[in-house]
Design a protein around this ligand. Structure first.
Ligand code: ADP
Ligand code: 5GP
Length: 188
């Protein structure tokens, strides 16, 4: 198998990308997560260099100017996230398949960059109401952050058809199984 491939997951925040990706690690031990840089503060339990590279807004700007990012977005007003070019070489040199968890614009940009070397997966919540419930139940966000996330979701959901595959994340086990199947077909 040619491992110089990438699987990218995009979806409105709260759709279940992170949950699905974690479960997929049980099947694919050669997956490696592209660790993004962000200017937001870590949530409880998040570790620098594991969940994200947590950097200050100033450092983020400097690294944009240096051309360190393959793509970056101000996903929420005042909060930037970006894919470092160095992550691609790091993971491919390890012989691993890159896993991206990025916002919908970032996903589209990365798909343009990687072309056939990436499978672009859109994770769709069963409804906007369920999305809201999940975001609230996750309990990681302030009310303001929840509103910012929901505010973007309608626009993001419209982009689903531009991805290679859409997975509806209603029942989690079904969604994980379907995702596993499409990835296996893609990498075969
Ligand atoms: P994302 O990474 O897309 O922002 P998460 O993976 O953090 O979303 O999921 C948001 C919340 O919804 C989490 O609390 C997670 O446990 C829950 N969740 C994810 N998938 C399902 C599902 N199929 N059914 C019920 N709850 C789910
Ligand atoms: P969170 O703050 O919930 O961890 O992430 C917020 C949003 O930023 C999610 O939609 C996530 O996919 C997105 N995101 C994380 N890393 C990147 C990145 O490197 N690039 C882009 N464009 N979006 C990212």
């Amino acid at each position: 198998m040619d491992n110089r491939k990438a699987i990218l997951f995009s979806a409105p925040s709260g759709s279940g990308k992170t949950t699905i990706i974690k479960k997929l690690h049980n099947y694919f031990d050669y997956f490696e997560f592209s660790i993004s840089a962000t200017s937001r503060a870590p949530r409880q339990g998040e570790r620098d260099g594991v969940d994200y590279y947590f950097i200050s807004p100033d450092e983020f700007k400097q690294r944009v100017a240096k051309g360190d990012f393959l793509e970056w977005e101000e996903v929420y007003q005042g909060t930037c996230y970006g894919t470092l070019k160095s992550e691609i070489t790091r993971i491919w040199d390890n012989g691993h398949v890159i896993i991206f968890d990025v916002d919908v614009n970032g996903g589209r940009n990365l798909k343009k960059y990687f072309g056939d070397d990436a499978l672009a997966i859109f994770v769709m919540p069963p409804s906007v109401e369920v999305l809201e419930t999940r975001l609230r139940q996750r309990g990681t966000e302030t009310e303001e952050a929840i509103q910012k996330r929901l505010g973007r979701s309608a626009e993001e959901l419209k982009q689903a058809s531009t991805f290679d595959v859409t997975i509806i994340n209603d029942d989690l086990e079904t969604a994980v199984e379907e995702t596993r199947r499409v990835i296996e077909n893609y990498l075969a």
